[in-house]
Design a protein around this ligand. Structure first.
Ligand SMILES: Nc1ncnc2c1ncn2[C@@H]1O[C@H](COP(=O)(O)OP(=O)(O)OP(=O)(O)O)[C@@H](O)[C@H]1O
Ligand SMILES: O=C(O)c1ccc[n+]([C@@H]2O[C@H](COP(=O)([O-])O)[C@@H](O)[C@H]2O)c1
Length: 224
C-alpha cells in the first residue's frame, strides 16, 4: 500500500430545472442516468415557482417541491433544491446557474441538463447568451420530439457542440452535448395531470411516495 494519498477527484455538478408539476419517473430515471453518464457528484433538481415560458402552475411551488423531495427520497446524488423559491419574479435559469457557479467556484464543471423539448426554445430564454458563460449544456432526447433546430438556436449554439463527456469535462463551461439516455421514457407531467383529473391511476408512472402524497393532499384531482 502506498502512503501517498491519491488526489481528490475533482467535483462535477449538474442542474436539472423543471416545473415538476408533478415530478414523475421520466424526470427521476433521466436524472439518475444523466448523473451516472456524466459522473456528477450532485445533480440539483430545482423546481421553478414561476416558469418563464408557460402559464403559472395550479399547484404551489412549495407543494411541487414537497412532491419532488418525496420522489427523490434517499436516491444518492440527487438533491431537491429549493433555491428558486427564495427569489421573486420569473424563475430564470441564468440566475440559478449564477448562484451555483458562486457556490462551487469558477473551476468546477457545471452542467445544465434539459430535455430536447425545452432546448428547442432555448433562444427565447432570458439572457440566453450568458448560459454558456456559466455552464455546459446537456440535452437529453425525449421520445416524440425530433424537430429541426430553429435558426435562432443554431446561432446561439454556434460551434459549441462536442461529442463526448470526456471532451466536455476538460472545461468548466461552454460546451453542448446531445445525449440519448438508456431509458427513454414517454411520460410527461401533462399526461399525469390528465390521468389524475380523469380519476385514473398513475401507479408506476410516479414513485409510490409521490402517488401517496398526491392523494393525501387531493392534488390534481378534478373537483367535480
Ligand atoms: N420523460 C422525460 N424524459 C426526459 N426528460 C424529461 C422527461 N420529462 C420531462 N423532461 C425534462 O425535464 C425538464 C423539466 O420538465 P417539466 O417539469 O417541464 O416536465 P414535463 O413532463 O415536460 O411537463 P409538462 O408535461 O407539464 O410540460 C425539462 O427539461 C424536460 O424536457
Ligand atoms: O431562464 C429562462 O428564461 C427559462 C425559460 C423557460 C424555461 N426555463 C427553465 O427550464 C426548466 C423547464 O421549464 P418548463 O417550462 O419546460 O417546465 C425550468 O427550470 C424553467 O425555469 C427557463
Amino acid at each position: 500500500m502506498s502512503d501517498t494519498p491519491s488526489p481528490a477527484k475533482p467535483l462535477r455538478i449538474g442542474m436539472l430545472g423543471g416545473t415538476f408539476d408533478p415530478v414523475h419517473n421520466g424526470h427521476l430515471r433521466s436524472a439518475m442516468e444523466v448523473r451516472e453518464v456524466l459522473g456528477l457528484d450532485t445533480l440539483h433538481m430545482v423546481p421553478a415557482p414561476q416558469p418563464p415560458l408557460r402559464d403559472m402552475p395550479q399547484v404551489s411551488a412549495a407543494q411541487r417541491l414537497a412532491l419532488l423531495t418525496a420522489g427523490i427520497g434517499d436516491t444518492p446524488g440527487l438533491l431537491a433544491d429549493d433555491r428558486e423559491l427564495h427569489r421573486k419574479g420569473p424563475s430564470y435559469s441564468v440566475d440559478t446557474l449564477a448562484e451555483l457557479r458562486q457556490q462551487y467556484g469558477e473551476k468546477v464543471p457545471l452542467v445544465m441538463v434539459i430535455g430536447f423539448d425545452a432546448f428547442l426554445r432555448l433562444a427565447q430564454w432570458d439572457r440566453a447568451e450568458q448560459l454558456f458563460e456559466l455552464a455546459h449544456l446537456v440535452v437529453i432526447a425525449r421520445p416524440g420530439y425530433q424537430s429541426p433546430w430553429p435558426c435562432s438556436l443554431k446561432e446561439l449554439v454556434g460551434d459549441r457542440a462536442v461529442d463526448s463527456v470526456a471532451t466536455m469535462m476538460q472545461h468548466a463551461r461552454g460546451s453542448l452535448l446531445m445525449l440519448e439516455l438508456p431509458s427513454l421514457m414517454t411520460i410527461s407531467a401533462t399526461y399525469i395531470r390528465q390521468r389524475l383529473s380523469d380519476g385514473k391511476s398513475v401507479r408506476y408512472l410516479v414513485p409510490e411516495a409521490v402517488e401517496q402524497a398526491i392523494f393525501h393532499q387531493g392534488l390534481y384531482q378534478s373537483s367535480e
